[in-house]
Design a binder for this molecule. Structure first.
Ligand SMILES: Cc1cc2nc3c(=O)[nH]c(=O)nc-3n(C[C@H](O)[C@H](O)[C@H](O)COP(=O)(O)OP(=O)(O)OC[C@H]3O[C@@H](n4cnc5c(N)ncnc54)[C@H](O)[C@@H]3O)c2cc1C
Length: 400
């Protein structure tokens, strides 16, 4: 058995590295074990290689899903986006605000700078990191014994930072849930989140012909709605509005689409007065991408395909208003999602009722901590998931 550590962290992703550097700064002896050949694989590919590392609104707990919506509040409030931005600034990493408060690094493949920053901070805090290191088993005596392919390590605290189930080819594993089972920690059912939605053949018949078309929409699931772009794909719908909605979507539910989010229901009736001779399909193509306008119109026209070529002036106002209402309240029922292979995150995870809100420590097993995406806290698209990794990692880093 090797000399003991104060803390052993399993998983060198966003949360694990962040917890490690903060514990190391507190002069704790920290070992991080990572089964991949490199650390921070998801950070590297995140944000299209520019890492959307936080959001100016990231301390708003309403932008996180959890069976216990209050759980994330404490960590998010005590270690905020401003703390992380200060670290990014300290390392001179150029960044910019994109839409909706999203903060990205500047330049192609600049997400590598975030990984470098975390590694430099870990080095100066004396953290030891072992990559390509497989953990075989964990035992608890007085302390935690982590048995690996190359010997056992002993730690006073054990932090599970192995992330969620999305994108297995990047190293995602169910390790956190094996540990949860072993120590009797409850788990909230998991499902893919921030993931494209798939549709039955009847919907795909018109959707796949639109593959590549992108348009601004409002997507509603239950009481929540997102206004951003939607993108048609060969398998269904993607784009930020759909990805956001997917995290809230449950099998069997409909997603309600407003294809005309900036328009009121009188929009076509007003156009009729301005241009009574304009064909309906032309008028609609002024409001929507042309191919989408034609597809939605022929779908809503149903048994009256001639509607497309009718002049606005030949349609009663009530008919035009009804059509716009339909386009603003268009139910689509996905048959599924593209699954963990394409999901940006996992929804669900370690039940937060089992953890301390302040430290992420397991109430029933002192010394055992869960942080980051393996916990049942899932952020919106736009830098929220990294902020949860930083904030929960920091919280544990103060306690281990
Ligand atoms: C394509 C993509 C793009 C994304 N872009 C963004 C973005 O721009 N902004 C944002 O906020 N979020 C983004 N996310 C989500 C974000 O990457 C995650 O929420 C975040 O990385 C979670 O941090 P984590 O430390 O909990 O898990 P991870 O970063 O996934 O780290 C877990 C680590 O544990 C390791 N591990 C797993 N099992 C074991 C084991 N058994 N033994 C040892 N090590 C193990 C893994 O290899 C990994 O290194 C993106 C996700 C994807 C898939």
């Amino acid at each position: 058995m090797s000399a003991g550590y104060d803390t052993i962290i399993i998983g060198a992703g966003a949360a694990g590295l962040y917890a490690a550097l903060h514990a190391g700064r507190r002069e704790r002896k920290v070992l991080v074990l990572e089964h991949n050949g490199e650390v921070g694989a998801k950070i590297l590919i995140s944000g299209g290689g520019r890492c959307n590392f936080t959001n100016v609104n990231a301390d708003d707990p309403k932008r996180y899903l959890s069976a216990n919506p209050h759980f994330a509040r404490s960590a998010l409030a005590r270690h905020t986006q401003h703390d992380f931005i200060a670290l990014v600034n300290k390392h001179g990493i150029a960044h910019y605000e994109k839409t909706l408060g999203q903060l990205f690094c500047e330049g192609a493949r600049s997400s590598a700078k975030i990984v470098r920053m975390l590694l430099d901070e870990c080095t100066s805090a004396g953290v030891e990191i072992k990559t390509n290191w497989r953990v075989n088993a964990v035992r608890r005596t007085e302390r935690f014994i982590v048995e690996t392919m190359l010997g056992a390590y002993e730690g006073g605290a054990l932090v599970i930072a192995t992330g969620g189930l999305s994108i297995p080819k990047l190293g995602a594993s169910g390790f956190a849930f094996n540990i949860a089972r072993q120590f009797g920690v409850p788990v909230i059912e998991t499902r893919p989140g921030l993931v494209p939605l798939t549709f039955a053949a009847s919907d795909l018949a018109w959707m796949s012909a639109l593959s590549g078309v992108s348009t601004d929409i409002i997507a509603r699931v239950g009481k929540i709605e997102f206004r951003e772009a939607a993108l048609f794909t060969h398998r269904g719908l993607s784009g930020p509005a759909i990805l956001q909605a997917s995290s809230y979507w449950r099998a069997g539910e409909s997603v309600i689409i407003d294809w005309l989010p900036s328009m009121d229901e009188d929009v076509l009736a007003r156009r009729k007065r301005e241009r009574p001779k304009a064909q309906l399909k032309t008028a609609l193509a002024d409001l929507l991408p042309e191919r989408l306008a034609a597809a939605l119109l022929s779908w809503s026209a149903g048994e009256a395909p001639a509607l497309q070529n009718i002049a606005l002036g030949d349609i009663k106002d009530a008919g035009l208003i009804n059509l716009v209402r339909k386009l603003k309240d268009w139910p689509l029922t996905p048959v599924g999602t593209e699954g963990y292979a394409k999901a940006e995150v996992m929804v669900g995870g370690i039940d937060t009722n089992a953890l301390s809100q302040q430290t992420m420590e397991c109430r029933a097993t002192p010394g055992l901590f869960f942080i980051g995406e393996c916990v049942d806290v899932t952020g919106w698209l736009g830098g929220y998931n990294f902020q949860w990794a930083w904030s929960s990692g920091w919280a544990a880093g103060q306690a281990i």
